[in-house]
Design a binder for this molecule. Structure first.
Ligand code: SF4
Length: 347
């Protein structure tokens, strides 16, 4: 039996604007296994959020337009599901935590009502039972005095507490898949760690599969078994976290790792990836990373590299993988992340 709970096949998604077509997602294929955490990593504007919002059908059409590709959930093709069909899935089968809890929560509604709304929509239970479930969920996500919290408004909570409430709303119907879109970006470092720990704990307890979207490789190291690195609307490298961190094969992945600070390495100079991502109104010919890549060869500016399969499901799209290319050892992380929590074991 397949372990895949979600599969995206060759997805192309664009935005039609007055200035022209923005090719936000350009042929993405990925999958999520039952019970695992997959991290999608990349700079702002690389198409990470659009990819998951396309799965959830949260992008308004127009300007968004699904050009081609397939989305398979639990073996069923949901690519062309209507909004009505998706409403049955959203919340109960798959749900999402957004990056800014203040704008995601309704400021005029009590927290309790925002949690019970989903339960009452998807399950045939009484309002009293829904209230009980909501209070239990608030307790589970670490809200002190959940009965009191149930009656409060979002502005009466701190940023970290609001994000906990968002997690409660997302998980109260026990969905199979949770999308967490930069769930800790708006939080301070201590609260970030607590929220990531909480998502991990609840994922184990509720047996949820998680897709975490982030530009922060520290978040990946703490949470994910597998990583997909996105650049300019494409996945350029994917594999187990430890392969991506210790043996990156794509210069972009290696550049991201080099620009990541690490506790204990006080003398290490942080490097940045020079240049900016390409304009997705008119993506360049050949490899999109070529203008910023220090290993760029003639062929890179002419032809897009094919995906090369390595061991353990590690896949890379880069001409350096061609047997005729000069062999390069790309810098990755050292074999231990100093004082940080160790990388999750690969599956
Ligand atoms: Fe760099 Fe060429 Fe690989 Fe692109 S294909 S990342 S330009 S080496």
């Amino acid at each position: 039996m397949s372990r895949k709970i979600l599969e995206i096949k060759d997805l192309h998604f664009s935005f039609d604007t007055y200035a022209g077509e923005v090719q936000a997602v350009r042929g993405i294929s990925l999958y999520l296994n039952k019970g695992e955490t997959l991290a999608i990593v990349g700079e702002s504007g690389c198409g990470k959020s659009v990819t998951v919002q396309t799965v959830m059908k949260l992008v308004p059409t127009p300007p968004g337009r699904l050009k081609s590709g397939k989305i398979i959930y639990c073996g069923e093709d949901i690519t062309h599901y209507s909004q009505k069909e998706m409403q049955k899935l959203r919340g109960s089968e798959m749900s999402m935590i957004f990056q800014d809890p203040m704008t995601s929560l309704n400021p005029t509604m009590r927290i309790g009502r925002q949690i019970t709304e989903g339960i009452l929509k998807h399950e045939n239970i009484s309002p009293d039972k829904a209230k009980q479930r909501a209070i239990e969920m608030l307790a589970k996500v670490g809200i002190a005095n959940p009965e009191k919290g149930f009656k409060r408004y979002p502005h009466q909570f701190s940023g970290g507490m609001r994000q906990r409430v968002m997690i409660a709303i997302a998980l109260v119907c026990n969905p199979n898949v949770l999308f967490a879109d930069e769930p800790t970006t708006a939080l301070d470092v201590t609260t970030q760690a607590q929220i990531l720990e909480l998502i991990n704990e609840l994922k184990q307890e509720l047996e949820t599969s998680v897709v975490i979207i982030t530009h922060d490789l520290g978040v990946v190291a703490r949470t994910a078994e597998r990583v997909a690195v996105m650049y300019a609307g494409k996945i350029v490298e994917t594999g187990l976290s430890r392969d991506i961190f210790y043996k990156p094969k794509h210069p972009y992945t290696s550049g991201l790792l080099e620009s990541m600070p690490s506790a204990g390495q006080v003398e290490k100079t942080l490097t940045s990836i020079k240049g900016t991502p390409p304009d997705l109104f008119a993506p360049p010919k050949g490899c999109s990373f070529a203008p910023r890549c220090k290993y760029c060869m003639n062929i890179c500016t002419q032809t897009d590299p094919d995906e090369v399969q390595l061991e353990n499901g590690h896949k890379v799209s880069c001409w350096l993988m061609n047997p005729q290319a000069e062999k390069r050892e790309l810098p990755g992380r050292k074999s231990r992340l100093s004082t940080q929590k160790p990388l999750k074991e690969g599956i």
